[in-house]
Design a protein around this ligand. Structure first.
Ligand SMILES: Nc1ncnc2c1ncn2[C@@H]1O[C@H](COP(=O)(O)OP(=O)(O)OP(=O)(O)O)[C@@H](O)[C@H]1O
Ligand SMILES: [Mg+2]
Length: 337
């Protein structure tokens, strides 16, 4: 397997987000403190053809922003995304249909006034993947593929259940014949029983169509189930990357360990039934990230170096990398003796 999707040193800075009053003050020549949000910082990743990369991290760490950058929905402030050697964006515009997205809320992502068959046909007709006359059978084949009855093409989104709407959203994405699928919390708004159906559909389709995908979810068990490798994000940066079994089984970064520890667990032999290990401290604001390692104010292992210098991603084995001074030290100690 060779690298197929390359995310090359991508950053996204939003802002400054000025209030109306501040904008007026700035116009009048007043001194206004600017507040830019560094939502994604220097992210470099590559995904092999046919591989699913899971993306996890706390709310607000930049997962959706990174997903939108990869999908070409948002032009990056710097860096580039390349699929099979071709850039996703040129001069701030998306220039490929090879990457498509499935979002969390299918109701919001489907036009309520449009028959779902037309919603699925729209893109493929515009990009000459089918003709107007062949579109009905083209759409019907995608409906069947995602487990929907093709007779439903003339219905409107509100006539479907949440799970069916997500199937329509998946059909719309796949009818564009992408090589890469970005799924941003695709099952988060669905009932647990429906979640399993959609996850199984995702696994079946990615395997059968040979899709490369990035799967964003705050649900670690879902990510563990669908991903080959997982990338852990903290405050806009990737802090750990590796095969899912290794990262979940033996986290290298203290944040990964804390994140996995914060998953609700059943403690059968304890007095209380449900036990939460929460991560110490608050997520720092991306408006003013800490110095050094962004995780150091919450990290139980933090040293002076952690507060002073930002750790870089270091390869720790063929497929694993981590950005942590503590891990660097551990490795140096192991080598010296
Ligand atoms: N359009 C925007 N303008 C300004 N700031 C933004 C914009 N979009 C996202 N942000 C900020 O960028 C940061 C990352 O947001 P993002 O939505 O990517 O996080 P996330 O990891 O997907 O969170 P969640 O798990 O809650 O979905 C947040 O601080 C967010 O407030
Ligand atoms: Mg998000």
């Amino acid at each position: 397997m060779s690298d197929f999707l390359s995310i090359d040193n991508v950053s996204q800075i939003f802002g400054p987000n000025l209030t109306t009053g501040e904008k007026i003050a700035a116009k009048l020549g007043g001194k206004v403190e600017t507040r830019s949000v560094r939502a994604v910082s220097d992210v470099t990743l590559s995904v092999r053809k046919g591989e699913t990369l899971g993306l996890v991290g706390e709310s607000g760490c930049g997962k959706s922003t990174l997903g939108r950058l990869i999908a070409g929905i948002l032009p990056p402030t710097s860096g580039k995304v390349v699929i099979g050697g071709a850039p996703v964006m040129k001069n701030g515009s998306k220039v490929t249909t090879r990457v498509q997205t499935v979002f969390q809320d299918p109701f919001a992502s489907l036009d309520p006034r449009m028959k779902v068959g037309n919603t699925v046909a729209e893109g493929p007709i515009a990009h000459t993947l089918t003709t107007k006359s062949e579109a009905p059978s083209y759409v019907a084949s995608w409906f069947e593929r995602v487990g929907l009855d093709p007779v439903w093409v003339d219905r409107y989104p509100h006539q479907f259940s949440g799970g069916q709407r997500q199937r329509i959203a998946i059909a719309r994405a796949l009818a564009m014949q992408p090589d890469v699928l970005i799924c941003d919390e695709p099952v988060a708004s669905l009932d647990v029983s429906i979640q399993a159906q959609i996850i199984n559909l995702f696994l079946e389709l990615t395997r059968d169509l040979g899709l490369t995908s990035v799967f964003i979810s705050h649900d670690l068990s879902v990510v563990q189930h669908v991903s080959d490798r997982v990338a852990v994000m903290y405050l806009g940066r990737i802090v750990e990357l590796g095969p899912v079994a290794q990262v979940f089984g033996e986290p290298a970064h203290p944040y990964t360990a804390a994140l996995f520890g914060s998953v609700p667990k059943l403690v059968l032999d304890a007095e209380e039934l449900v036990h939460f290990d929460t991560i110490e401290g608050e997520v720092p604001s991306p408006l003013s990230p800490p110095s050094g390692c962004y995780y150091h104010p919450r990290c139980p292992l933090a040293t002076q170096t952690c507060g002073a210098t930002q750790p870089v991603m270091q390869q720790i084995s063929d497929l694993r990398a981590v950005a942590c001074h503590h891990f660097e030290k551990q490795q140096a100690d192991a080598i010296s003796g």
